[in-house]
Design a protein around this ligand. Structure first.
Ligand code: ADP
Length: 472
């Protein structure tokens, strides 16, 4: 199946060199996309710039209706999009369908929130003056997205952008561009005007550079690695774009001895193994109070062992393949390093044929191990023990990252005490799945800038205009 670049509502790029998109579970070809570059990136900006002139002038209610129509079509195609996602990305079909629902929740929420972009009137110093504050869409938005959430990373950006009146050029990850293209095809069917949402596949650097240097692109929103995020932030300085960055994490989870044991086990499993451990909020290191550590680790190992690894389209599979060979190599390296430094393997520790890796639990993890510092992005859970709350907090904070952290305790006082000390943008307090459309998602430190979700996520696409009226 040949997928296209979509610019100004037209499917283009069939005449260009084509890039293969393969299924990480089988190695089979899923589809091809054009290898676009500078020219296609420029054309997409032209279209978005032109469309902005009319889209930004519609009422919020008119934009809301169109966004809702798009979201209805996504609901109607949830099975189809979910299956396509499993085939290009690997996550189990149920999880992929769950992502489509989650992704669509951003469209639904922002379609409503677009109607609530309120301004302000501020009392002036002198009687004859009036101070009005308006919020206006920033303009053309470039959205660059990763492979781990092929649908949700698009909607989290595109939802608030177009609800606020911005227009968008998207560059999805080359490993998983098909879900994005399929969704943008539905935008046209839903009546979103041509040029409001454009998608360009191909040479990431060339496309990125073109958008960075173009003054008409007023906002960059990126999710991906910290390394690339820093480059894009630097590049955005040339034209002083507004930037939002959702970058890497290294999520700790702290389990206190008074935690609800079974619930904590269940939640740690959920927060660790989602997308085979390939999310930036997956637990990377688990600190368990020494009083319950052995029992807790055994329970986690047993549950981990039960998770079926395989092709995400097969019934009952909970852990799909990793995205590529490099991802498998990274997990292997982290496991070997931990073993060399004294960790015990409670379960797993082996790769399987292809890109599959068994859920792996390590005991006696120490802070000098690679897996305790570098994001593994795979189904590996190292467990360390601690004696005091303050020790756990200090170790949890000892990282350059600050995206998500998790705390399990039955004491609300202890929970709030820990949550308040943690230098993280998101804290799951007895909650392993804290992401939702209405809440601000984003990181401290090198995990990023800005927030996605909620009214915070809308502000990222708005400029503040102050109008000073002198009635005298
Ligand atoms: P991940 O490994 O999560 O995909 P990356 O940061 O490598 O993280 O990629 C995230 C997105 O950024 C992808 O769409 C990728 O193609 C794109 N990308 C990578 N390098 C660049 C670059 N130099 N300029 C613009 N986009 C880039």
């Amino acid at each position: 199946m040949n997928y296209s670049i979509i610019i100004n509502g037209q499917e283009v790029g069939q005449d260009l060199e084509q890039l293969d998109v393969t299924n990480p579970a089988t190695g089979d070809l899923v589809g091809t996309v054009p290898k676009g570059g500078k020219a296609e990136a420029r054309q997409a900006t032209d279209a978005a710039f032109e469309a902005f002139k009319t889209w930004s002038k519609l009422s919020a209610y008119e934009r809301s209706e169109k966004l809702m129509a798009w979201s209805t079509l996504i609901d109607e195609h949830a099975d189809e999009i979910g299956e396509l996602m499993t085939r290009e990305q690997g996550k189990p079909f149920e999880e992929a369908k769950g992502e489509v629902v989650y992704a669509n929740s951003f469209f639904k929420w922002y379609a409503e929130e677009g109607k609530r972009i309120y301004g302000e009137m501020i009392p002036a110093t002198v009687a004859n003056k009036r101070i009005f504050v308006h919020k206006q869409p920033v303009g053309v938005v470039a959205a660059i997205t990763p492979w781990n959430f092929p649908a949700a990373m698009i909607t989290r950006k595109v939802g608030p952008a177009i609800a606020s009146g911005c227009t968008v050029v998207i560059k999805p990850a080359n490993l998983t561009p098909l879900t994005a293209i399929r969704m943008v095809q539905l935008a046209k069917e839903a009546g979103i005007p041509d040029g409001v949402v454009n998608v360009v596949t191909g040479d990431s650097k060339e496309i990125g550079q073109e958008w960075l240097q173009d003054m008409r692109v007023r906002k960059l929103t990126f999710t991906g690695s910290t390394e690339v995020g820093k480059e894009l932030m630097k590049g955005s300085a040339k034209t002083v774009k507004k930037v939002s960055l959702e970058l890497g994490g290294h999520a700790p989870a702290i389990v206190m001895d008074d935690a609800n044991f079974d619930k904590a086990v269940e939640q740690v499993i959920a927060a660790k193994y989602r997308n085979a451990g390939q999310t930036c909020v997956c637990i990377n290191r688990l600190y368990v109070h020494e009083k319950i550590a052995d029992k807790f680790a055994q329970a986690i190992a047993e549950k981990s062992k039960e998770l079926k690894v395989g092709n995400g389209l097969e019934e009952g599979v909970k852990i799909g393949p990793l995205i590529n060979e490099d991802a498998v190599e990274k997990v292997k390296k982290h496991v070997q390093d931990a073993k060399d430094k004294g960790a015990n393997v409670l379960t797993g520790g082996e790769s399987k044929e292809g890109l599959f890796y068994q859920p792996t639990v390590l005991m006696n993890a120490t802070d000098d191990m690679l897996c305790m510092n570098d994001e593994t992005f795979g189904p590996l859970l190292p467990i360390a023990t601690f004696k005091t709350v303050d020790e756990a907090i200090e170790r949890a904070n000892d990282t350059d990252f600050g995206l998500a952290a998790y705390v399990y305790t039955s004491s609300i006082n202890t929970g709030i005490y820990i949550a308040e000390q943690l230098e993280y943008g998101i804290v799951g307090l007895n909650d392993g799945v804290p992401s939702s459309a209405q809440a601000p998602f984003g990181g401290f430190k090198q995990s990023g800038i800005g927030r996605e979700g909620g009214h915070y996520g809308m502000d990222e696409f708005l400029e503040v205009k102050y109008i000073s009226l002198d009635l005298a």
